[in-house]
Design a protein around this ligand. Structure first.
Ligand SMILES: NC(=O)C1=CN([C@@H]2O[C@H](COP(=O)(O)OP(=O)(O)OC[C@H]3O[C@@H](n4cnc5c(N)ncnc54)[C@H](O)[C@@H]3O)[C@@H](O)[C@H]2O)C=CC1
Ligand SMILES: O=C(CO)COP(=O)(O)O
Length: 695
């Protein structure tokens, strides 16, 4: 709400004067628009697209409203040029000049800025609330303060004076404020759609701020919306105290607070920009003071006039976008395109869950996701046809997860580069030996968006001369994007049947973690968030070695106590290995699904266990020629074992670092699978490690 006129803004009663110089706006925008303009940012046209850019004669004649279809290839200052000059020029002309029509809808550039916003700053009174706090408080106190309010609005009184006057006649006590809050709870005061919009913004990792109003009244609203108190820039009430120092009567507002002054909003914006390295900041409000937050040095990059409660032509015509409903902003939020890189058993079970989530979410206008999920398929033949064609026709993968419908919104694509091109969210789930080649191809084609996010479901690691590298680190390093991991006790076929399971999403950025949780969480698949990527990923990788050990034990026909010994020792070595490499790894990670639960699930129900059991039986029956590769081909129909390869990779690290004796189970398993000691040494792993090779 407009509470005061600005000394920097021209007004009917003031001579028009030039707007403030904004030397650093271009610099601030240079960073903000870099992403938009480098050509990798492609807004999703549906469900919201720029309207009337070619039809509106005003838009044709004015650069601000011209279509920005060229902007993606122009220099970083072009958005500054496109958005700002008209606003500044119209302010310079003063209110006596005829007002340009208010924008009919977002131009492409405005839409791009909205979708790329890092932070959104909302005015409070009459923007997110249906009322003006002082009006409502005045009414609550039985006053009619219309006169003062109008004087403030047309600028004959300045903002601090107006506030002080209105306050003086209000005469309320702390109890009155408490009662006011009880009778006007946040939920009742909020404009329809604002809660959903704030939540959708936060889910997309955008920071939300509130400016204006009074802390005493705004903080409960912020809390209701899940906005932290540090993101509230509001005035404070100041109280007259009794002899015991207890507040009795509202005296004035804290006049030292920037929010009291006409320049409060620009100052709030300047503070936000100083504190956080945001590229794009959007201001949403209804008043001149909100508009000022854009027309100022280091201010917001985009101004949206919300006119659903109060529409002000002076402000609307100078806004970049005029809306009467928050639903319009919601519909225009970016939707993430999800792409699965992989098409094996786990990739199929996982893409099915993701496709269920995106299909479900797409029923709401607030959906964060594009409904269709692309799945890159390593092409092969099935019944004489391309597997990709088969999947797109039948919606299942008969080779890797037979009998499980993936969902009609899963679209298979056998071209890796094409599949990844539009991805905002990339899920990597290929056997780890192929991951380096996949990342290299994607990097060479330069198709991965710079702001895309990745998650790895792959269990494995890469060993290079410099040392071990996690798959998530490799993805981040080669593609230059954030990468989380999803790890857990997740036998693909069981999850395909929707049997209860759980996993952790370990994240480097919590916002990304929340987004992935939203995507993967299903009624039968619970996701815990964990800020420990190395702990979760190394656990998921090493448990494959333990499962090989368990399979060898099963091949020998060992009992439960002995198998439990292998599992316990395995878990202990997993923990030690993680901690040796990454001392910051958390102990509780090993009690999560990616730790003990995955050791158990894989050592009873996994492929590594099954093939190792068969290998052990064949070896014990005298077949010394049998190899894991033979059995993988024979038993898994194209699926890949990770445990044997991982054992080789881990052993390289153990030898290199002189840790073999500290990891007796891992070392024994490695010696068994390479025929250096006999399979029954699994039960004597403590001695086997010190034995010389039997070769
Ligand atoms: N299957 C499961 O239950 C689980 C598997 N994982 C992990 O997920 C990752 C992927 O495993 P799955 O999806 O089960 O795959 P999978 O082992 O079932 O299938 C192998 C996949 O690799 C593909 N492939 C073959 N040659 C290739 C090449 N040269 N380049 C790229 N791809 C090629 C095949 O087409 C197939 O899609 C592994 O790291 C595994 O440890 C994790 C949890 C559960
Ligand atoms: O990782 C898995 C379960 O969590 C699957 O293990 P396998 O590859 O041994 O089947």
């Amino acid at each position: 709400m407009i509470l005061g006129s600005s000394p920097t803004l021209p007004h009917a009663s003031h001579p028009a004067r030039p707007g403030p110089a904004r030397p650093d706006r271009a610099a601030a925008l240079a960073g903000s628009t870099r992403q938009l303009l480098r050509g990798t940012f492609r807004p999703n046209p549906a469900p919201c697209s720029a309207k009337g850019t070619a039809k509106d004669p005003f838009q044709l004649s004015n650069p601000r409203f011209s279509s920005s279809s060229n902007s993606s290839t122009s220099s970083s200052s072009s958005v500054t040029r496109v958005l700002q000059p008209l606003r500044a020029a119209s302010l310079e002309q003063g209110v006596t000049a005829p007002l340009p029509p208010r924008p009919q809808g977002p131009t492409d550039t405005v839409l791009e800025l909205w979708q790329a916003a890092d932070a959104v700053v909302f005015d409070v009174d009459s923007t997110i609330t249906r009322d003006d706090t002082l009006d409502s408080l005045g009414k609550f106190m039985g006053l009619k303060d219309e006169v003062l309010r109008h004087e403030a609005m047309d600028g004959t009184m300045n903002l601090p004076d107006t506030m002080a006057e209105r306050l003086a006649i209000m005469n309320c006590s702390p109890e009155d404020i408490q009662q006011f809050l009880l009778e006007h709870p946040p939920k009742e005061r909020l404009v329809p759609g604002v809660e959903e919009l704030v939540s959708a913004l936060r889910t997309r990792g955008k920071e939300v701020f509130l400016t204006g109003g009074f802390r005493e009244v705004v903080l409960p609203i912020a809390e209701h919306l899940g906005i932290p108190a540090k993101n509230v820039f509001a005035n404070s009430m100041s109280w007259e105290l009794d002899d015991k120092g207890q507040p009795v009567r509202l005296k004035e507002f804290d006049m030292t607070h920037p929010a009291t002054h006409s320049q409060g909003k620009p100052q709030a914006l300047a503070r936000i920009r100083r504190q956080y390295p945001y590229n794009n900041v959007v201001m949403i409000g209804d008043g001149i003071s909100d508009l000022e937050a854009v027309n100022t040095t280091g201010g917001a990059d985009l101004f949206i006039h919300y006119g659903g409660v109060a529409e002000h032509p002076q402000v609307a015509s100078r806004s970049d976008w005029f809306v009467r409903s928050f639903d319009e902003l919601m519909r225009c939020l970016k939707r993430y395109k999800v792409v699965m890189i992989g098409s094996g058993a786990w990739a199929c079970a996982a893409v099915r869950m993701v496709a269920q989530s995106t299909a479900e979410a797409s029923r709401s206008p607030a959906s964060s996701f594009v409904k269709d999920v692309t799945m890159w398929v390593h092409e092969e033949k099935h019944s004489g046809r391309n597997l990709t064609e088969y999947i797109n026709e039948h919606h299942d993968n008969p080779i890797y997860l037979p009998g499980v419908s993936l969902g009609e919104n899963v679209v298979a694509n056998n071209n890796l580069i094409d599949a990844a091109r539009d991805a905002d969210l990339l899920i990597f789930c290929a056997p780890h030996q192929f991951m380096h080649g996949i990342c290299k191809q994607l990097a060479a084609a330069r198709v991965v968006k710079r702001d895309a996010k990745a998650i790895s479901l792959t269990k494995g690691m890469r060993v290079r001369a410099e040392g071990p590298q996690l798959i998530s680190q490799m993805i981040s390093r080669i593609l230059g994007i954030d990468c989380s991991v999803l790890m857990g006790a997740n036998i693909a076929a069981d999850i395909g049947r929707e049997e209860l399971s759980e996993a952790v999403v370990a994240y480097s950025s919590r916002d990304a973690g929340i987004l992935w949780q939203q995507l993967f969480q299903r009624p039968y698949f619970a996701i815990n968030l964990l800020p420990d990527v190395p702990g979760a990923e190394i656990s998921g990788t090493l448990k494959n070695i333990v499962a090989v050990g368990a399979g060898i034990g099963d091949g020998l026909g060992i009992g439960s106590n002995s198998k439990a010994t292998i599992l316990r020792q395995g878990l202990s070595e997993m923990r030690k290995f993680c901690k040796n490499l990454y001392p910051s790894v958390r102990d509780d990670t090993f009690f999560e699904s990616c730790g003990v639960a995955d050791v158990i699930a894989s050592s009873y129900g996994g492929r590594n266990r099954r093939v190792s059991e068969a290998w052990c039986k064949r070896r014990m029956s005298g077949d010394t020629q049998i190899t894991f590769d033979d059995l993988e081909r024979e038993m898994l129909n194209g699926q890949k074992l990770q445990g044997v390869l991982t054992s080789d990779e881990v052993q390289e690290i153990l030898i290199e670092r002189g840790w073999e004796l500290d990891f007796p189970l891992f070392t024994t398993i490695h010696r068994i699978i390479h025929g250096e000691v006999s399979p029954d040494m699994i039960l004597r792993f403590r001695e086997a490690v010190s034995m010389k090779s039997l070769k």
